[in-house]
Design a protein. Structure first.
Length: 295
């Protein structure tokens, strides 16, 4: 078992840190949210007054932060963690950020002889709680192999996508596709209901037909159709619209930089940005249904 520092205890990070504790790892946590920290301390975690203090004596640092600017603040510069960690420390960033930001952190880590990988996740809050997340890793194979025993406490599927930044590229591609599927699923359900169909019956038909997809099969956006998903609790919890909008922005920026055509991704970005601008940014991303069913 390892001594692990976990920084960032949001909807995803909190359950991930909890699963590390359940697996027997010695975990020290840090977050600006006191309730989030207290919940993990109640499960047996230790804590500290700062991110840097939380890394004292650690073997592995894991971060799960909202955006690239937060990752840069935590890791880089004279006051960043990379300057304070001893050589050989394993550093895993599971935030979803721009590939070039991950590569910059990786380069700074290498200069300090630290073992860094980008390891964004897929699977949502449900997967984080169940310990069945998919980790998409970018970095050296040796570092990936070193990280696997820690990641296996939180995830079911662990992939090595390629060199530094490759995990982020795969993740933004995945989330762009997810946004397209969620918007399309919502649109199809709303059209059926407009024609008098029962959304639960229509969902079952499409699940067993060629329209079946993860958003429909596992994360149905229509309220009351599926238990245990955000749509059935007024879209509270889950993966926020603001975060999906951020990820679609990352995909758009990457497409521009690489002269890639993403017409569906661009449309999804506009739809989610419109939805966020209407005051829905803190709801789960499946609430995009409200664009088609405003009542």
């Amino acid at each position: 078992m390892a001594k692990v520092t976990f920084i960032g205890l949001g909807n995803m990070g909190g359950p991930m840190a909890s699963n590390l504790l359940k697996a027997g790892h010695e975990v020290t946590v840090f977050d600006l949210s006191k309730p989030a920290v207290e919940a993990l301390v109640a499960e047996g975690a230790s804590t500290a007054d700062s991110a840097k203090a939380a890394t004292q004596g650690t073997e592995c640092v894991i971060t799960m932060l909202p955006a690239g600017k937060h990752v840069e603040t935590v890791y880089l510069g004279e006051d960043g963690l990379l300057a304070a960690l001893p050589a050989g420390t394993l550093v895993i960033d599971s935030s979803t950020i721009a590939p070039e930001t991950s590569r910059a952190v990786a380069e700074a880590a290498a200069a300090k002889d630290l073992a860094f990988i980008d390891a964004p996740v897929s699977g949502g809050v449900g997967g984080a709680k169940a310990g069945t997340l998919t980790f998409i890793c970018g970095g050296e194979v040796a570092t990936y192999n070193k990280a696997r025993p820690v990641l296996e406490a939180m995830g079911k599927n662990i992939f090595h996508a390629g060199p530094h930044g490759a995990g982020q590229v795969a993740k933004i591609c995945n989330n762009m596709m997810l946004a397209i599927l969620m918007a399309g699923t919502s649109e199809a359900l709303a059209l059926g209901v407009k024609n008098g169909l029962d959304p639960a019956v229509l969902s079952e038909i499409m699940k067993q037909s060629s329209g079946g997809n993860w958003a429909l099969n596992v994360y149905n956006p229509w309220p009351g159709v599926m238990e245990g998903v955000p749509a059935s609790r007024d879209y509270q919890g889950g993966f926020l619209v603001n975060l999906m909008t951020k990820d679609l922005g990352l995909a758009f920026d990457n497409a521009v930089a690489n002269q890639a055509s993403i017409p569906m991704g661009s449309l999804a970005r506009n739809l989610f940005q419109l939805h966020a601008g209407q005051g829905n940014g803190d709801l789960d991303f499946s609430s995009i249904l409200r664009l088609y069913k405003p009542d």
